[in-house]
Design a protein around this ligand. Structure first.
Ligand code: TYM
Length: 336
């Protein structure tokens, strides 16, 4: 039987938000007591889009600080940045040769990110999912906690693992990963448009709650969040076609760990202003201490560097031994 191991990654593109927290990082924290966990700051993924070098460096530190401030314990989980472990890139190249171009072209995230001018997107953006598969499979991870937007990439990871195992006749070598996607809140939506996911790249800062936002800003953003003119319903079925209302209620339910039914029982029939002030209170209570801790940790670059160095050493040990094994399966060898 495969050893159970969790892997996940977050891009250091700044502005980690409530979607990243509720959709992914909160689960990372819960899992660290049950599994061996490896959490990666995927800086090589970030450069598939143009990054300012100075800003990228500081975003890497901010992402480690956000992990720790959210409750990840570097003594329990391996925390490191992708560029420190070269086997990720080596296996990504192998997967560039295993995966098919047609598979990449079908990725909805590529289509969304490349936009109308596909010819002008970086090649890295097209083969992004191969690097993601390499991140996971270089550790033979079995479970991957992510938000719903990454589901298609994990399906591709499964396809790559199956094709590799089959092409090289090494049945069960790479595990077929299980996505761990929160059932309650797989996709946190924008505060301005309930049909769009909350995103770091949205032009409007009012579309998201950032982990570093202070109380006043959170209050303002929630007050301004789009809703409709009908009072809060009493039944879940009545949330259908009310995307903005459903989003705010699901955020409230998730942050307070209460069911949506219970939330509707408490607020059903009331108007949004009462609900929004309660929602604001809950978000402030959860997010502001994390934001304060991020700011505190960022002042101690020595500590954060130490965490990354220690994590990279541990990750590299596993990855180096696995890439050797993988090269051997393919018929490659390292003479250096
Ligand atoms: P990234 O950096 O965009 O997002 C990090 C994590 O946050 C989740 N997420 C959300 N969840 C719910 N609602 C939202 N609005 C929302 N926005 C973001 C994402 O699903 C993700 O889990 N390709 C990945 C990073 C990656 C990775 C990996 C993940 C690289 N290699 C290997 C898992 C395993 C990404 O860009 O996530």
């Amino acid at each position: 039987m495969q050893k159970q191991r969790v892997f996940s990654g977050v891009q250091p593109t700044g502005n980690l938000h409530l979607g990243n927290y509720l959709g992914a990082i909160k689960n990372f924290v819960d899992l660290q007591n049950k599994f061996e966990c490896i959490y990666c700051i995927v800086d090589l993924h970030a450069i598939t889009n143009r990054q300012d070098p100075k800003q990228l460096k500081s975003n890497i530190f901010e992402t480690v600080a956000s992990f720790i401030a959210s409750g990840l314990d570097p003594e329990k989980s391996i925390i490191f940045n992708q560029a420190s472990v070269s086997a990720h890139s080596e296996l990504a190249w192998v997967f560039n040769c295993v995966a098919r171009i047609g598979w990449m072209n079908r990725m909805t995230q590529f289509k969304e990110k490349a936009g109308a001018n596909k010819e002008n997107a970086s090649v890295g953006l097209l083969v992004y999912p191969n690097l993601m598969a390499a991140d996971i499979l270089i550790y033979k991870a079995t479970h991957v906690p992510v938000g719903e937007d990454q589901k298609q990439h994990l399906e591709l990871t499964r396809d790559i693992a199956k094709k590799f195992n089959n092409d090289f006749k090494c049945e069960n070598y790479f595990p077929i990963v299980q996505p761990l996607i929160s059932e309650e809140i797989s996709r946190v939506m924008s505060l301005k448009d309930g049909k769009k996911k909350m995103s770091k790249s949205d032009d409007s800062d009012y579309s998201r709650i950032n982990l570093k936002d202070d109380k006043d800003l959170i209050d303002k953003k929630i007050k301004k969040a789009k809703t409709d003119s009908t009072p809060i319903p009493t039944k879940i079925s009545e949330l259908k076609n009310r995307d903005e209302a459903a989003n705010l209620i699901s955020i409230y339910s998730n942050i307070n760990n209460v069911s949506v039914e219970k939330v509707l029982k408490e607020f059903g029939g009331k108007n949004f202003s009462t609900f929004k002030s309660k929602l604001s209170e809950s978000v402030v209570e959860k997010i502001c201490p994390i934001g304060e801790e991020i700011k505190k940790l960022l002042k101690d670059e020595g500590y954060l560097t130490g965490v990354l160095e220690k994590g990279a050493k541990k990750a590299d040990l596993i990855a180096k031994s696995n890439i050797k094994e993988i090269y051997d399966i393919i018929g490659l060898a390292k003479f250096s």
